[in-house]
Design a protein around this ligand. Structure first.
Ligand code: ADP
Ligand code: MG
Length: 240
């Protein structure tokens, strides 16, 4: 479903992604871990062309997303993204945050968009927060609104960039629980996280990245019990 072939990316002279080769299958949950500054966010953002790649090829299904002739907006409709900082519109209610893109992009009627939004607010466990503004919600609730907003576009792929890193510890679990449910339902997910419990329990594969290179690709149990690369061992010894 997602395929990186010899992908390189530079920021100016800085070689941020080095010869990335990675295939992600439909329904797979891939967890990307690695030190700060190693290129995890850049790799994720290349998937929906929030960053452009410098060379190589990157395809979603049969669409070459590096190709200038590809309608990137069409591809982006198939890919939801959830950020560390929620990125909700502060002057819109939870419901309005969720209905906006379905109405503007998918041209859904207000009624239909509202019904869909209410369904997903229920799904993420906050059915009674439709008319709350982001400032009236806890971080965990805001992130769940952001997930509901992504789901309302009926994406085929969800990208998560450290979705729990900005949360108080007691709210991490409620967001991870929603993500676990989505994973069980077969959503294709690429997740950058430092939540090693989640990675081990929910991940189908772990990708360890350091200094822009994929150093290790492993089954989660293998990776945590018996990491092969020295830098992966060092990383794990620092965070576990
Ligand atoms: P991670 O998510 O693993 O912490 P990032 O992908 O955010 O890493 O960043 C990788 C490297 O690229 C870092 O050294 C960062 O400073 C640099 N970087 C990120 N974004 C930009 C940018 N827009 N311009 C220049 N350098 C950048
Ligand atoms: Mg990052």
């Amino acid at each position: 479903m997602i395929s990186f072939n010899n992908v390189n990316k530079y920021y100016g002279d800085f070689h941020v992604l080095k010869n990335i080769n990675l295939m992600i299958n439909k329904g797979e949950v891939v967890v990307i871990i690695g030190p700060s500054g190693s290129g995890k966010s850049t790799l994720l953002r290349c998937i929906n062309r929030l960053e452009t790649i410098s060379d190589g090829s990157l395809t979603i299904g049969d669409k070459a997303i590096h190709d200038k002739n590809t309608d990137i907006n069409k591809v982006r409709q198939r890919i939801g993204m959830v950020f560390q900082q929620f990125n909700l519109y502060p002057h819109k209610t939870a419901l309005e945050n969720i209905t906006l893109a379905p109405m503007n992009v998918l041209k859904k009627s207000k009624e239909e968009a509202k019904e869909t939004a209410e369904f997903y607010l229920g799904k993420v466990g906050i059915p009674n927060k439709a008319s709350s503004y982001p400032s009236q919600l806890s971080g965990g609730q805001q992130q769940r609104v952001a997930i509901a907003r992504a789901l309302a576009m009926k994406p085929e792929i969800l990208l998560f960039d450290e979705p729990t890193s900005a949360l108080d510890p007691e709210m991490v679990g409620e967001v991870l629980d929603v993500m676990k449910t989505l994973a069980k339902e077969g959503m294709t997910m690429v997740v950058v996280t430092h939540e090693m419990g989640f990675a081990k329990e929910v991940g189908d594969r772990i990708i360890f990245i350091d200094e822009g290179q994929i150093l290790e690709v492993a089954d989660p149990v293998e990776f945590f019990e018996n990491p092969q690369e020295d830098r992966a061992k060092l990383f794990l010894s620092r965070i576990l």
